[in-house]
Design a protein around this ligand. Structure first.
Ligand SMILES: [Zn+2]
Ligand SMILES: [Zn+2]
Ligand SMILES: [Zn+2]
Length: 252
């Protein structure tokens, strides 16, 4: 399994429009963060988790041409506005793209993108996108995929476990069941917005607490705001935890 970080920023990305802080002005590319998404490669299959508003740039920069399935964590704008950008992928690969998510997320996507779910692959009688509600673990290309419901303030969102890796974003709390389902991970990717607590998102400290309870072999922080400077943060983290950055590839 090959994980590519397509975007590691929060909802504004980094740099933030109009901001002149040290991180937004940094010339270190690891401080430039597009909106959050990862690509999971499994042999010839490409699994996208979330379609960020920056999907087009992310696809161009990572030479991404084909998608076999998209898993969504939830339907907030920073995680799903790139769905429209996937039209061209469906047309070029001459095949529709399955969209898998929890029921609330599917309902929101259908409301936001009604026109997309009526469109067909170019010159074929095949829908561009077909939705499927997920509420239990399932097999995807030989990999066990498990939805992990976690708290995002007053709503539930899905973390996803794919084999030995888990991707948790926009979590503000992880219930016991999800924590148990994360045992034995090779890689845990978890959101850490900033140092100070936030109602909707884990802080760095809260992310580290989760990591120490779940005990993955390695962990990566993502969904980071401009308050986190890559090199400073890297220095402060325990040895098995790293800040992710756009373009980072992790093989497990
Ligand atoms: Zn800034
Ligand atoms: Zn959110
Ligand atoms: Zn978010």
């Amino acid at each position: 399994v090959r994980i590519t970080f397509l975007g590691t920023g929060g909802s504004f990305g980094v740099p933030i429009i109009g901001c002149k802080c040290r991180v937004c002005l940094s010339t270190d590319r690891r401080n430039r963060r597009l909106r959050p998404s990862i690509l999971v490669g499994l042999d010839e299959k490409n699994i996208l988790i979330d379609a960020s508003p920056d999907f087009r740039l992310q696809a161009l920069e990572n030479d991404l041409k084909k998608l076999d399935v998209v898993l969504f964590t939830h339907a907030h704008a920073d995680h799903c506005l790139g769905l429209d950008e996937l039209r061209i992928v469906a047309d070029r690969q001459r095949r529709g793209i399955p969209i898998l998510a929890g029921e609330d997320t599917i309902i929101s996507l259908q409301r936001m993108f009604g026109y997309l779910f009526e469109s067909r692959v170019w010159n074929l009688d095949e829908p561009k996108f077909v939705t499927k509600v997920i509420d239990a673990p399932f097999d995807l290309f030989g990999l066990e995929v498990m939805p992990l419901p976690v708290r995002h303030e007053d709503m539930w969102v899905f973390g996803w476990r794919l084999g030995g890796a888990a991707y948790i974003v926009d979590a503000s709390g992880v219930p016991e069941a999800a924590e148990q389902a994360m045992k034995g991970l090779e890689v845990l990717i978890v959101n850490a917005l900033r140092y100070e607590p936030h109602a909707k998102h884990f802080s760095v400290g809260q992310a580290l607490e989760l990591i120490s309870r779940v005990e993955p072999k390695a962990a990566f922080l993502t969904h980071m705001s401009h308050e986190l400077e890559y090199n400073d943060l890297k220095e402060e983290l325990p040895g098995n935890v790293l800040p992710a950055y756009d373009g980072l590839v992790v093989e497990i």
